[in-house]
Design a protein around this ligand. Structure first.
Ligand code: PGA
Length: 247
């Protein structure tokens, strides 16, 4: 199980430090669950210092596909590793929707993450219109095919997929456990085709979209749901810890 908190554009440095401390205290010993927090870039170092020596890991919310260069406003993989990151969220639907992120761009970033020892958490998911039109699997299948082209994680703990139906993100509306399981099983089949059964079985497929302490256990109880990518509920240590405990 992998449970990652996506803090999005919340918390200044002091608030990030305090939230990180709250998460560490609330989570305690997470047992078999890998717990990760993904604060905004400017707080990565402060959070890294706060969680040092604890079971909580660090991730970023995005990165550029090149090591360095004239790319104003961007942050590279070597910068993230030097800040203490092991994980990076790639292709989040908000990046796709508001910042023009494409599957091809995500693909380049996955290669770059792997080249620098980062574990990409690759987000896929359909919009409400696409689901209503019966195209959810087609959309997710295409996102997977294009963004994972050429991906070589090496071992299954070096890649995670997050299925996040766009209509469930920040809306309070969650996919039903059946809907989540159905899509996760589909994703597993695609991963099997690309990486073979052993890797596909072991890769973490996370569900994201309005996961809360009250619905986490049922979602995580599905055969192919291996954890969650948590937005809103990751901003309170106790709620995030309760979700991690459901893993
Ligand atoms: P949410 O966000 O939990 O607030 O719906 C999830 C995400 O965007 O990763």
């Amino acid at each position: 199980m992998l449970v990652a908190g996506n803090w999005k554009m919340h918390t200044d440095i002091d608030a990030a430090r305090a939230l990180a401390r709250d998460v560490v205290d609330s989570v305690g010993d997470p047992g078999d669950v890998t717990v990760v927090v993904c604060p905004p870039f400017v707080s990565l170092s402060a959070v890294a210092a706060e969680i040092a020596g604890t079971p909580v890991g660090l991730g970023a919310q995005n990165m550029h596909a090149q090591d360095a260069g004239a790319f104003t406003g961007e942050v590279s993989a070597p910068m993230l590793t030097s800040a203490g990151c092991r994980y990076v969220i790639l292709g989040h639907s908000e990046r796709r929707q508001f910042f023009g992120e494409t599957d091809e761009g995500v693909c380049a970033k996955i290669g770059q993450a792997h080249a620098h020892g980062l574990v990409p958490i690759v987000c896929v998911g359909e919009t409400l219109e696409e689901r209503k039109a019966g195209k959810a699997e087609e959309v997710v299948g295409r996102q997977l095919a294009h963004s994972l082209r050429g991906a070589a994680p090496g071992s299954p703990d070096r890649l995670a997929i997050a299925y996040e139906p766009v209509w469930a993100i920040g809306t309070g509306e969650t996919a039903t456990p059946d809907q989540a399981q159905e899509m996760h099983a589909f994703i597993r089949v695609r991963l099997n085709e690309q990486f073979g059964p052993q890797t596909a079985r072991a890769l973490h497929i996370l569900y994201g979209g309005s996961v809360k302490p009250g619905n986490a256990a049922e979602l995580f109880g599905q055969t192919d749901v291996d954890g969650g990518l948590i937005g809103g509920a990751s901003l309170k240590g106790e709620d995030f810890a309760a979700i991690a405990r459901a893993g």
